[in-house]
Design a protein around this ligand. Structure first.
Ligand SMILES: [Cu+2]
Length: 234
């Protein structure tokens, strides 16, 4: 079975090659179709069981054929505390990435995680302060706040450089991938079990993104911070 995809932008380097790719689902032989070229691209559309577009889903592609993996980029990510929430709610990083945690509020926070890939704590975190935590093991890290129990954030730490998070359009796009087989994994904060399948990237003309359906648990995330102006902030 083969799907063809249009190419738009690079989730890794941000460049905008307008190439097109073909992708063959890795069912059985996982046949590559069309002449091989140096690079392939990939686009996916993520929807829920009702067909609604899904944001904050992280799709990653891990090479299975010894494709050359680029060195980790210099730089990091940032998760702010602002208006008594973490922003962004979902962050995906490559293993070894430093993540900055600036407190942009006028109150203290107390950041912590007890997740196995990165247990850490930044106690009584003063306004204006910023510390860096390096996520050096792959896996899912759930972050909370000991003062504001509604505050939560997720850091998905990945060994591959090829990952991207969906926004409101439910789409992820990759370019400059080497042709070959990849393990595709798709995670979301409300998914019980991440979607996982093997895909084979080739090169050919195409038009439609790969449509992926996630079965999501009901949304239970509640905003429980005090209403601005009503007093009681702490
Ligand atoms: Cu807090």
């Amino acid at each position: 079975m083969r799907f063809d995809f249009p190419l738009i932008t690079c989730a890794v380097c941000g460049t905008g090659f307008w190439r097109r790719l073909g992708i063959s689902l890795g069912l059985g032989a996982g046949i590559l179709v069309g002449p091989l070229v140096a690079q392939s691209s990939f686009e996916a559309l993520v929807v829920d069981a009702a067909g609604e577009l899904v944001s904050d889903a992280v799709l990653s592609l891990s090479p299975l054929d010894g494709q050359i993996v680029p060195a980790a980029a210099v730089g990091g990510a940032k998760i702010s505390q602002i208006k008594q929430e973490y922003s962004p709610y979902v962050t995906a990083v490559r293993t070894g990435t430093p993540v900055e945690f600036p407190n942009l509020d006028t109150i203290q926070h107390h950041i912590y995680s007890v997740s196995k890939p990165k247990r850490f704590e930044i106690p009584l975190y003063e306004p204006g302060r910023s510390e860096v935590v390096t996520f050096d093991q792959p896996g899912l890290v759930v972050i909370g706040c000991n003062i504001h129990d509604w505050m939560s954030a997720y850091v998905l730490v990945l060994d591959t450089p090829w990952f991207s998070k969906t926004t409101a359009d439910g789409r992820v796009r990759f370019v400059d991938l080497a042709p070959g087989r990849y393990r595709l994994e798709l995670w979301h904060p409300r998914v019980s079990k991440p979607l996982s399948r093997e895909v084979t990237l080739g090169t050919t003309n195409g038009a439609e993104p790969l449509r992926l359906t996630l079965t999501l648990r009901p949304e239970r995330r509640l905003r429980r911070a005090p209403v601005p102006g009503a007093g009681g902030a702490y």
